[in-house]
Design a protein around this ligand. Structure first.
Ligand code: ZN
Length: 212
């Protein structure tokens, strides 16, 4: 999401504002259309991508999350960041998965999941217990990982995001459950922020994502 960062510049005689276009990211919440967007593969690992990755880690830590997909900051590219410790000091636990592909799934398990695009919404989700995933790391090296339990769950959750899939898709009919009310709250809040001009219309957002 592009926005300008401005400061006052003084040339010795007078001060005047100077604005720089800077790509400032923020986490978008349901039902922002980026969360339903089928993202495109990353074709180049460059400074722009590295800057986005750094910002995404920072946003993730701020929100106390363990994973964040590009769709969640309205970037239509297939990559996500993960640090299962959620601890910004544990940099060696930071992992970036670029163009991830889950190539094997074994057995299944159910556990509680949350999502930074649905703050405060937790429920049990069934996932493959063990997976094999292929991806590229931030240096462009191919990686292949056998993951299980929490690592496996987080990778599946984040990889789903890149195809516009959400953990709420696993819920059955909600009827009048508290979860249904919570989802309506997210919907109302997002439509209000659109009405207030904080976000463009859904169509406009989709056009922007196509153009990125
Ligand atoms: Zn999520």
């Amino acid at each position: 999401m592009a926005s300008a960062s401005c400061f006052l510049y003084n040339d010795g005689e007078a001060s005047f504002p100077v604005c720089l276009e800077k790509n400032v990211l923020r986490i978008v919440t349901y039902p922002h259309p980026a969360l339903r967007y089928e993202s495109r593969p990353v074709t180049q690992i460059d400074d722009a991508l590295r800057s986005n990755v750094r910002q995404m880690f920072d946003l993730m830590y701020e929100a106390r999350g363990i994973g964040l997909a590009a769709n969640q900051v309205a970037l239509p590219y297939r990559f996500f960041v993960m640090n299962l410790t959620a601890d910004p000091d544990q940099k060696d636990e930071e992992h970036v998965f670029i163009n991830p592909e889950i190539i094997k799934r074994h057995s299944s398990s159910e556990d509680e999941e949350g999502c930074l695009s649905f703050p405060g919404l937790y429920f049990k989700v069934r996932r493959a217990k063990r997976i094999k995933v292929r991806a590229f790391d931030i240096n462009g090296n191919p990686i292949e990982i056998d993951a299980e339990d929490l690592v496996s769950r987080a990778i599946q959750h984040e990889t789903d995001h890149l195809s516009g899939k959400l953990y709420i898709d696993q819920l059955g009919p909600l009827g009048h459950s508290p979860l249904a009310a919570k989802l309506r709250d997210f919907e109302t809040k997002f439509r209000e922020s659109q009405a207030a001009g904080e976000y463009p219309s859904d169509d406009e957002i989709r056009k922007q994502l196509d153009a990125l």
